[in-house]
Design a protein around this ligand. Structure first.
Ligand code: NAP
Length: 490
């Protein structure tokens, strides 16, 4: 297909989504693409998260780009370093590295009369027609607001910024705050190091025991030799996650019943001591918080060098953590597994749209985005993995692929001269938000817990319907919801 013109595009971030965008834009024959990456390597979350036990908790063969299956995953759940290696290989195989400028953080992007002007930490300035934000969702560590946190004299770090110089052995006493998906992977490794581990749990979590296993070499060879087998493995993982997990949390009764049955049975069978079991039993609906997939946490927490502390943290002192019962838990190291700010997206970058509108003002009340991707007053700016993407227990790669295809359709319309700038109408955003909110009551997220799945006003940050419905609705951009502008005549 021939087009009248070709755009210049800046992609922010060379993580999973940024790499995908670079590849797909290149495939579409768009040559003026620059990927600005704040660090010295690609990989995003997999570059940042190197905590012990880091792994993907959805099946590995599902966690690949559709165009680049990987027959060589070592395990059913791939390890973090392998996933990092996978992304590095994709970048080299498709010759994307020349498109990436490393160590350049975007400090500002400003829409000026049809053109995006982008400034980076190195003082460089760029101009382009489109900006794609591929900064990921969970990348700004959330530090707990605990009195005295800064007074701690031992080693202290967030899981996403692991200090590998810290010794972990039987001479050490380690505390970890948090029991989310990250902590569930990390805590067993800490306990297995022999260190005395105090787990400070505020809220217990439901855990589904899907066992990891190493993939035998003959299976890897078969998957490599017969790509169809690899596709089947990918499709069956997707089918299971879509028709079991996703449906269980979005109000489908049979799936919800089965999931509740398995996680409750898991707790009952895995934890011998009734008192420990009581402490580990959540009082909210299964799936309300992100379901944890794990078979090592329950085993590890019952070991002699582990303690589950549920009294609640009162404050932190130079020597350790003081719980509400007045007890000081002396520690050499304190690990903060306290999650991320889910609403930061591309911020703290200065994003300035039409009429000098700053993103912080546009989002002062709530994060208003149309179909997770388009923001009123920010024409030709595409947010990826934005609010109401069907994140949760599903492959984010599959989500980014759907969003990439959607934005490429809009960019194609630009190339054929249909418009110079596109943004959603305010009413489309309002309708979309209302539509999403409507689905909330059927989900497990309102099942009696707090989680990053809902914002401060109780609006869902995730997509509350099925995966299939989302894919269908993302197929074609709807002209009625968009407003188009022309700048070339001005
Ligand atoms: P998280 O799920 O947000 O968990 C944060 C934990 O810290 C919770 O247990 C929370 O307790 C606790 N916490 C926060 N502030 C606290 C405070 N002031 N005092 C005591 N406890 C406090 O964070 P995460 O485990 O890093 O996971 C975040 C997301 O990353 C996941 O939902 C998932 O999407 C992604 N992830 C994915 C994988 C994967 O394999 N695909 C692996 C890890 C993470 P409350 O529950 O009481 O708030």
């Amino acid at each position: 297909m021939s087009f009248k013109r070709n755009p210049s595009v800046i992609v922010i971030g060379a993580g999973m989504t940024g790499i995908l965008m670079a590849k797909k834009l290149k495939d579409a024959g768009i040559e003026k693409v620059i990927v600005l990456e704040k660090k010295e390597k690609v990989g995003g979350t997999w570059r940042e998260n190197t905590y012990p036990g880091v792994a993907c908790d959805i099946p590995s063969h599902m966690y690949t780009y559709s165009f680049e299956p990987n027959p060589n995953w070592s395990n059913f759940f791939a390890r973090g370093n392998e996933i990092q290696e996978y992304f590095e290989n994709v970048v080299d195989k498709y010759e994307l590295r020349p498109m990436i400028r490393f160590n350049e953080t975007v400090t500002e992007a400003k829409f000026d009369n049809g053109v995006w002007k982008v400034t980076t930490s190195t003082g460089d300035n760029y101009e382009c027609d489109f900006v794609i934000s591929a900064t990921g969702i969970l990348h700004h560590p959330s530090l707990p607001d605990i009195p005295g946190l800064d007074s701690f004299e031992g080693n202290m770090f967030h899981t996403s910024n692991w200090n590998h110089d810290v010794q972990l052995d039987a001479t050490q006493s380690v505390g970890i705050v948090g029991t989310g998906s990250t902590a569930a992977q990390c805590i067993p490794e800490l306990i297995n190091s022999g260190a005395k581990v105090n787990v400070f749990q505020r809220t217990p979590q439901w855990i589904l025991p899907l066992k990891d296993f190493s993939i035998p070499n003959f299976v890897k060879r078969l998957l490599g030799r017969f790509p169809t087998l690899n596709r089947i493995s990918r499709a069956s993982g997707k089918f299971f996650v879509e028709h079991f997990f996703t449906k269980a949390v979005t109000g489908h009764k049979i799936q919800r019943f089965l999931m509740e049955f398995f996680v409750k049975l898991n707790l009952k069978l895995a934890i011998k001591d009734p008192e420990l079991r009581r402490k580990l039993r959540p009082d909210y609906q299964v799936g309300c918080k992100r379901l944890i997939i794990n078979t090592t946490f329950y085993k590890a927490i019952q070991k002699d060098n582990a303690a589950l502390i549920t009294e609640g943290i009162d404050h932190i002192e130079p020597k350790g953590v003081v719980t509400k019962d007045g007890k000081l838990h002396e520690l050499d190291t304190l690990v903060l597994s306290t999650g991320f700010d889910p609403l930061a997206y591309m911020r703290p970058m200065n994003l300035i749209g039409k009429d000098n509108t700053h993103i912080n003002d546009a989002w002062a009340e709530n994060v208003g985005v149309y179909r997770s991707m388009l923001i009123p007053k920010f024409p030709n700016f595409f947010l990826t993995l934005g609010p109401n993407t069907p994140i949760g227990n599903f492959s984010v790669i599959a989500m980014s692929e759907v969003q990439c295809d959607y934005l490429l359709k809009l960019i194609s319309q630009w190339r054929s001269g249909k418009f110079d700038a596109v943004e959603p109408t305010n009413i489309a955003v309002e309708n979309f938000n209302a539509y999403v909110k409507n689905g909330l009551d059927a989900t497990a997220w309102v099942g009696g817990c707090t989680s990053w799945y809902l914002d401060a006003h109780g609006n869902p940050i995730l997509w509350p319907y099925t995966w299939g419905r989302w894919v269908k609705e993302m197929r074609i951009p709807n002209d009625e919801d968009l407003q188009f502008a022309s700048y070339s005549q001005q």
